[in-house]
Design a protein around this ligand. Structure first.
Ligand code: GTP
Ligand code: MG
Length: 329
């Protein structure tokens, strides 16, 4: 393992994909020495970041994310773009080894010299996933990828994590999915910049079009995040390659409108501040619970509350007050 951060920085800026991959490995490492090295590298690359279109894609398993990204990505590289695909909890974590499956579903993109595909390990806390993915996104931008796609499965909480780091959040749906999907929809629709009904082909075309109408009226009832953008509902067939170009046009249209209005710059600023706040909260909490006094006192206080020797509020106050007198002076 090379220790000199500049070695990685130069490699990434020279668009050396091996050095890019090595840098991401450092970012993903749990070893403190690697994390420190990664932080220095990311800091030095920071002036070279921010110039990509950041697109988040979510959808339930089987919605067609991989098939869609293959079509979408190859269309973009054919137009001269350089595309990075980062996948949070890819199928590999469920079925143990379908990175191979994904590579076959993205077979053209996987060997495209202008594309970079990186499944990222999904383990650990949501904060950990957020950090790794954010830093990987920045490093990809420094390596000259001008479209960065972050894919996540539409289950659990990772979709809000992804929505909080992209410019455009696309929700891929299919017509006639079961109750499970209905559950996911609500929260996720609120952060969608567009909803796309995939598999609008063959026997499914009519159902996809009626789903489009349903989703559009559901979306119309929500308060848009920006007065300058009303999230549209589109249909596509990733398998047949239909409607893919219209989705890209929508993303560009969104970018133009929000750049002009200043909303995009504001959105990115707010995302950075939110992330800093999250890190502060997270750091404070970790520091608090790791302090010897808290570790020593907390079990006793818990018992006292259980046995009604003290009230929950008094127990919490006594611990917080202790830290105040100790560190507030
Ligand atoms: N008819 C039709 N089938 C599609 C389309 N897109 C994807 N499929 C099929 O749907 C299945 C799932 O597609 P994937 O691309 O693997 O879906 P995914 O969302 O990546 O799934 P996970 O990785 O498991 O979350 C595959 O059998 C695809 O061939 C489409 O536009 N039309
Ligand atoms: Mg997939």
């Amino acid at each position: 393992m090379i220790q000199d951060p500049q070695h990685y920085v130069t490699g990434v800026l020279n668009r050396d994909s091996l050095m890019l991959a090595k840098t991401i490995t450092l970012i993903e490492s749990t070893l403190p020495a690697h994390q420190e090295l990664a932080r220095t590298i990311v800091d030095r690359l920071l002036p070279h970041t921010g110039r990509s279109i950041r697109v988040g894609i979510t959808g339930v398993p089987g919605a067609g994310k991989s098939t869609f990204i293959e079509r979408f990505g190859t269309m973009l590289t054919a137009q001269g773009h350089r595309v990075a695909v980062l996948a949070i909890d890819p199928s590999s974590s469920r079925s143990g080894g379908s990175i191979l499956g994904d590579k076959t579903r993205m077979e053209k993109l996987a060997i495209d010299p202008n594309a970079f595909i990186r499944p990222s390990p999904s383990g650990g806390t949501l904060g950990g996933v957020g950090r790794r993915t954010r830093e990987t996104l920045l490093v990809c931008e420094a390596a000259g990828y001008d479209v960065v796609i972050i894919e996540t499965m539409g289950v659990g909480q990772s979709e809000t994590t992804v929505a909080s780091m992209v410019d455009f959040f696309l929700v891929l749906m299919i017509a006639g999915a079961g109750d499970e999907l209905q559950g996911m929809k609500k929260g996720v629709l609120e952060v969608a910049d567009a909803v796309v009904i995939n598999k609008a082909d063959g026997d499914n075309l009519v159902r996809a079009e009626s789903a489009q109408k349903e989703y559009q009226s559901a979306l119309n009832m929500l308060m848009p995040a920006s007065p300058n953008w009303r999230p549209p509902v589109l249909t596509c067939s990733a398998r047949e390659g239909k409607g893919i170009d219209a989705i890209w046009k929508t993303i560009l249209d969104h970018r133009d409108k929000l750049t002009e209005s200043g909303d995009l710059a504001e959105k990115r600023k707010a995302q950075d501040l939110d992330w800093m706040n999250f890190l502060l909260d997270d750091g404070l909490r970790q520091w608090f619970y790791a302090s010897p006094h808290v570790r020593e006192t907390l079990p006793r206080l818990r018992r006292d509350v259980e046995e009604k020797k003290t009230s929950p509020a008094a127990a919490a106050d006594s611990l917080l007050a202790f830290l105040q007198t100790r560190n507030g002076k």
